[in-house]
Ligand binder design. Structure first.
Ligand code: MG
Length: 272
């Protein structure tokens, strides 16, 4: 069931989104060679609790999982796509790219956000992968408006990636087995929002819907595998992957990005 949020809920989601973006940008600034992924996770939990909020992923048990997620922050390095589990033994190295995916509960309502950042100096190819993925998210957000459909978003994202592949002679694969989703009263709500699809199809977008868009692009095949830990998705061909996500509000005009630090100064929320 798709939930339309009340004006009061939207106000709380704006506050929560601002908290979340603030925390995630602080974590981004901590990313450097020598830092363990567990350090980032512990910091994420501390920053969220200092704001009076609750980490959304800690002990969250997705449908079908046989154990709850053991951390606040999903950290996925290089060929890991999403849902990597932080570890004291996993030390970030110069040249890595690292995806940070974080959710929080603020006054009982959830927001969700992710970004991929370079560790020190990274290759041109990695920079391009991150850049195209971030742009794919912006394209998806631009396609999300009241009166449209979920398929419009997927179509816009996939068309953009296809054109980039053509222009750059690349073969970026869009991960299809994972998708964006409604968010707010729960961390995952209806509808599913795939990063591919046909314009004009699927659930209708209505003003007051709050959704998380999250394209995941692989530098090669779209196919992914899942590790024995039951959580870590990884590219099937070992090439790197990037992931960007915002929680947005559907309006009659342009969608409003809720996970940003300053709505007025930065309406797109893409630059902190
Ligand atoms: Mg999400």
């Amino acid at each position: 069931m798709i939930i339309i949020k009340t004006p009061e809920e939207i106000e709380i989601l704006r506050e929560g989104g601002k908290h979340l973006a603030t925390v995630l940008y602080k974590l981004r600034d901590m990313v450097k060679p020598g830092v363990s992924t567990k350090d980032l996770d512990l910091h994420a939990e501390k920053l969220i609790r200092e704001m009076g909020d609750v980490p959304a992923f800690l002990n969250y048990r997705p449908e079908g999982a046989n154990k709850p997620f053991p951390a606040s922050l999903c950290i996925s390095v290089n060929d890991e796509v999403v849902h990597g589990i932080p570890s004291q033994k996993r030390i970030l190295q110069e040249g890595d790219i690292v995806s940070l995916d974080l959710g929080l509960k603020h006054k009982n309502l959830f927001t969700d956000m992710a970004l991929t950042v370079p560790v020190g100096v990274v290759s041109k190819e990695n920079k391009k992968l991150m850049d195209i993925t971030e742009q794919a998210l912006a394209v998806g957000i631009s396609a999300a408006r009241s009166g449209g459909t979920v398929g419009d978003i997927g179509h816009a994202v996939a068309s953009f990636v296809r054109s980039q592949n053509k222009n750059n002679n690349m073969q970026y694969g869009i991960v299809e087995v994972l998708s964006g989703h409604g968010v707010g009263r729960a961390i995952h709500e209806d509808p599913y929002i795939p990063n591919f699809g046909k314009a004009g199809t699927g659930a209708k977008l209505v003003s007051g819907m709050v959704i998380a868009l999250e394209p995941m692009l692989n530098a090669g095949t779209k196919n992914v595998t899942i590790d024995a830990d039951g959580y870590t998705f990884r590219t099937a061909d070992g090439k790197n992957s990037a992931h960007f996500e915002h929680t947005i509000l559907i309006t009659d005009g342009e969608a409003e990005i809720l996970t940003c630090t300053n709505t007025k100064k930065d309406p797109k929320g893409l630059v902190p």
